[in-house]
Design a protein around this ligand. Structure first.
Ligand code: EPU
Length: 416
């Protein structure tokens, strides 16, 4: 299994270009199920999760080809309506085939995802919404089986804003009979990107990016030809890496308007962030100041940046309270950061981080994607060598991360 070795202490400098967004491209790939023809998706990051989704779509009978950050997806014929456990257990986003498969074929069989390293992550709201749209849903032998001659428009209220739940139902509603209204919908930029892509296919959708989305179902959608938005979490992770190393980094292609909460917080911690044309210029201070963070649905502070910010706070001046309000078990990085010398106590959903003067390199274990990113960020600033095991988590969501960091001067390498 690959490991990543980092010798910390180098101030990052130079320019880095942001890749397409993982959490935008995955729903776009499943949106293609709604059409019959040749779909093109551009600015696609070459990631393990994208390959997993590609294999799942190939399993459904589609032609999938990824080359030069572009996906060609041939969706003329469907030969299976089943997303087997092997796919769903490696990637929960596989559940995004449920809505589109049901809308296109009237049937879908999708393995129920189990728990996950960061929380239970049920999909009851996806199921509730499809049932409201007239789908008959049964759960048997670990699978969700859904059927509906044609889904019908409905008003659906989410108890909690759910990103993939909103996406699944928006895709299902695009081909439904009548109008669907999603209330308390997720407002993440990836939801807006999916809505824009569906609109480009001929869908009638209003309100994406607000908590009330209205979808007037249409009879048919055209294939997709669409460019994915830049990855806001990759952008923010590079902001964190620049900040923690007292670096001076230009980040090209990221969209600051998708990152207002993160940029506000990092400025509060003493980091200079200036936008110049299509670049964000990030300059880290001699020492970061401690700040409090509470994760919230967009436009609040993203849970996908909580772990990386905890690495920053580990060496900041003062004490920081970090509250995770989206997932119940997203503090797996705490034990690893403590192995590097961090002073962190967790009580319930809040971590108290007392900033120490410096971290020291250590062998550490990645437990999920963003936890791994936090260990990379910590390792960049630590004294000595950090070796991160289970790097496959990182490969799920960061395209060429060690190459990009090396270009900024980091002493980082992959050990086979
Ligand atoms: N929830 C329910 N019932 C549901 C759906 C969600 O109770 O039917 C709860 C979840 O347990 C959680 C909260 O609602 O407490 C929000 O979860 P959400 O459904 O929004 O998460 P998700 O759609 O499964 C996406 C991202 C995650 C990101 C979260 C939150 C994708 C493919 N995944 O997950 O990304 O953390 O939204 O922003 O878009 C990552 O990239 O590392 C990652 C985990």
């Amino acid at each position: 299994m690959d490991k990543i070795e980092i010798i910390g202490g180098v101030k990052l400098s130079g320019e880095v270009t942001i890749s397409g967004a993982k959490n935008a491209v995955l729903p776009l790939m499943t949106a293609a199920i709604l059409s019959s023809g040749e779909n093109i998706i551009r600015n696609v990051p070459n990631l393990r999760d994208v390959m997993t989704m590609g294999k799942l779509l190939a399993h459904l009978g589609f032609g999938f080809h990824l080359e030069d950050n572009q996906i060609l997806l041939q969706t003329k014929k469907i030969t299976s309506i089943e997303a087997p456990y092997d796919f769903v257990k490696t990637m929960r986003a596989s559940v995004l085939v449920l809505g589109p498969l049901l809308a296109r074929t009237g049937r879908a069989k999708v393995s129920l995802p189990g728990g996950c390293a960061i929380g239970a992550r049920p999909i009851n709201l996806h199921i509730m919404g499809l049932e409201k749209m007239g789908a008959k849903i049964t759960l048997s032998e670990g699978y969700i089986e859904a059927s509906a001659k044609r889904l019908k428009g409905a008003t659906i209220y989410f108890d909690i804003p759910t990103v993939t739940g909103t996406e699944n139902l928006m895709m299902a509603a695009a081909l439904a009979d009548g109008t669907t209204i999603l209330e308390n919908a997720a407002r993440e930029p990836e939801v807006v990107d999916l809505a824009n892509a569906l609109i480009s296919m001929g869908a009638d959708i209003q309100g994406a990016g607000t908590s009330s989305i209205k979808i007037n179902g249409v009879n048919k959608l055209r294939p997709l030809d669409y460019t994915v938005i830049p990855d806001r979490i990759e952008t923010a992770t590079f902001i964190a890496a620049a900040a923690i190393t007292r670096g001076d980094v230009k980040i090209k292609g990221g969209r600051p308007e998708h990152l207002e909460a993160v940029i506000n917080k990092i400025k509060e911690a003493g980091v200079r962030v200036v936008q110049k044309n299509d670049k964000l210029i990030v300059k880290g201070p001699e020492r970061l100041s401690s700040i409090d963070i509470k994760t919230m649905p967009h436009p609040g502070f993203p849970t996908d940046m909580q772990a990386q910010f905890m690495a920053l706070m580990a060496i900041a001046d003062g004490t920081s309270l970090i509250t995770e309000s989206i997932f119940e078990n997203r503090f797996m990085h705490v034990a690893e950061l403590k192995r590097m010398g961090a002073d962190i106590k967790v009580e319930g959903s809040t971590a108290t981080v007392k900033g120490v003067e410096s971290l020291t390199g250590a062998p550490v274990m990645a437990t999920d994607l963003r936890a791994s990113a936090s260990l990379v960020v910590a390792g960049l600033a630590a004294h000595g060598t950090t070796v991160i095991d289970r790097v496959y988590h990182l490969d799920r969501g960061y395209e060429k991360i060690e190459e990009k960091l090396r270009m900024l001067g980091a002493k980082i390498r992959r050990v086979k």
